[in-house]
Design a protein around this ligand. Structure first.
Ligand SMILES: [Zn+2]
Length: 263
């Protein structure tokens, strides 16, 4: 099983080595900004690497919203990131499920997701698997709770779309981790990546505050159980820099009884 971390984008392969990780996730641009990603000068080196790469799309992207001034640039930015992620041989592009504003109809939000995939298909396709990630907060989210996720998949499930399960977001979002993988797979049919994080916030607090696996409010054994059941690659998005993340990766390898995959 491949296990890694979310790292700084300057030299992701060095970050992977520092953590003995065989998988890394990083941003291709400022996660709070609207700038299109530039093609990376180290694209060839990244493509050739034995480390598996995942790209996290900016947080500002919200393709579900009814607000045109957010939705339209979100679509373009998502497609731009998909193109740039494909250029470095990334295994997936992770994007948050998004939300509609208070008082807006969530059904329109799901239809906006459908239109996003139609837009991408008209533009030649994303070129990389797009993995929609569950989120922790908000009352109008497309992928916080599983009832909404089921409606989202009704809208987009015919397209090639993957799912990224974040344990912190699920727990803080109000979904019990016990049996969660089966309940998710009953909707999506797949889990492509697990974001293994503990949560500083309490169950159903709606707080997106990651903690190291041995800290926080979640029993770490439950996180391990989710990973086992999902059978998907794992990325920790935990604090503490190299030392904190390396300890989380070591903990998971010990619990799961797996060795580092890459040489
Ligand atoms: Zn995450």
């Amino acid at each position: 099983m491949r296990i890694g971390a979310h790292v700084d984008s300057t030299d992701p392969l060095a970050e992977a080595a520092a953590r003995s990780a065989d998988t890394v996730q990083f941003f291709l641009s400022d996660p709070q900004g609207w700038k299109a990603p530039k093609l990376r000068e180290d694209a060839e080196r990244l493509r050739a690497a034995e480390v598996d790469l995942y790209v996290h799309a900016p947080y500002v992207i919200n393709v579900a919203t009814l607000n045109n001034r957010i939705r339209i640039p979100s679509r373009k930015l998502l497609l731009g990131h998909a193109t740039a992620a494909a250029a470095i041989g990334a295994r997936g592009l992770i994007v948050h499920g998004g939300h509609v504003n208070a008082g807006d109809d969530l059904a329109v939000g799901f239809d906006n997701w459908r239109k996003t995939f139609a837009y991408a298909a008209d533009s030649g396709g994303f070129g990389v698997p797009v993995l929609i990630e569950n989120t922790a907060g908000g009352d109008n989210a497309c992928a916080r709770r599983l009832d909404a996720l089921a409606r989202l998949w009704d809208a987009i499930g015919d397209h090639e779309v993957g799912f990224c399960l974040d344990t912190c977001h699920a727990y803080a979002g109000g979904e019990e981790l016990l049996g969660l993988v089966d309940r998710v797979k009953a909707i999506t049919g797949r889990i492509d990546l697990v974001h293994a994080n503990n949560s500083k916030g309490a169950f159903n607090s709606g707080q997106d505050r990651h903690d190291n696996l041995d800290g926080g409010t979640i029993d770490p054994e439950l996180v391990v159980a989710v990973i086992r059941a999902a059978g998907a690659p794992v990325v920790v998005e935990t604090p503490g820099g190299v030392a904190g993340q390396a300890a989380d990766i070591d903990f998971l390898r010990q619990q799961l009884g797996t060795e580092r995959s890459a040489a």
